[in-house]
Design a protein around this ligand. Structure first.
Ligand code: PEP
Length: 251
């Protein structure tokens, strides 16, 4: 199956607006391809400015989170409606840092996913196990649980719009990457769970990205896995040269 590849750069809570403009300008002028699709995911404060920088380029834009409600007294929050109204097509949901520091549960995330889809956003839904769980060899059960609670309540039509990111927590921002074999094994497992739930066609269509210390130097070997459809990149997405090298990892 020829799934369109994606590399998404999660800037997290990094960059001044000047840094962000410089980074986005450099990427937009140097990256002209539409495959892999390059998605930049800056902080909320930068979204509209970066949208202007990316206009006319092949790059897409995403947000790092959204709230499950449409509007109301939720000081400091941003709704899916607001993102959609600003013309932002993608949103990360369930990043491990949101799960860990902001106590986001699969039950909450299942509501965020519905809100995002309802407002025509495409969720990049993150799953992944801690080191303890991996050491106990429980990663498959754990990730299966995240998929079941967070996503498998969706109708086939809605589920087919989702992008999944497998991000083992022990590999995020640590410099330790899952081996290409570990990544492929988990991606294959995730696809098998989707197949059981939604059937062959949807399982073959869904993009599953790998995230966790992806760099220009290791991207190619990770992308060699048959079920690896790209990467969600943190640290290395802040460096235009390295991010472009990651994008070149499919060649
Ligand atoms: C991430 O935050 O999604 C991530 C994968 O970070 P890093 O690439 O820095 O490990």
């Amino acid at each position: 199956m020829n799934r369109k590849k994606i590399i998404a750069g999660n800037w997290k809570m990094n960059t001044t607006i000047e840094d962000g403009i410089q980074l986005a300008t450099s990427l937009a002028t140097r990256y002209e391809s539409s495959e892999p699709l390059m998605i930049l995911i800056p902080p909320f404060t930068h979204l509209m400015t970066i949208k202007g920088v990316l206009s006319g380029s092949t790059l897409a834009l995403g947000a790092q989170n959204c709230h499950q409600e449409t509007k109301g007294a939720y000081t400091g929050e941003i709704s899916a409606t607001m993102l959609s109204n600003c013309g932002i097509p993608y949103v990360i949901l369930g990043h491990s840092e949101r799960r860990q520091y902001f106590m986001e549960t699969d039950s909450l995330l299942s509501k965020k996913v519905v809100a995002a889809l309802h407002h025509k956003l495409i969720p990049i839904f993150c799953v992944g196990e801690s080191l303890d769980i991996r050491n106990q060899d429980n990663q498959n059960d754990f990730v299966r649980g995240q998929l079941q609670e967070g996503l498998f309540h969706l109708s086939p039509e809605d589920f087919s719009k989702i992008i999944i990111a497998y991000e083992p927590i022990w590999a995020i921002g640590t410099g330790v990457t899952a081996s290409p074999q570990q990544a492929q094994e988990m991606h294959e497992f995730i696809r098998s769970q989707i197949r059981d739930q939604y059937g062959d066609t949807i399982a073959e269509e869904i993009r599953i990205l790998y995230g966790g210390s992806v760099k220009g130097s290791n991207a190619k070997e990770i992308f060699a896995g048959a079920d690896v459809d790209g990467a969600l990149v943190g640290g290395a997405s802040l460096d235009a040269d390295d991010f472009l090298k990651i994008a070149g990892g499919f060649n």
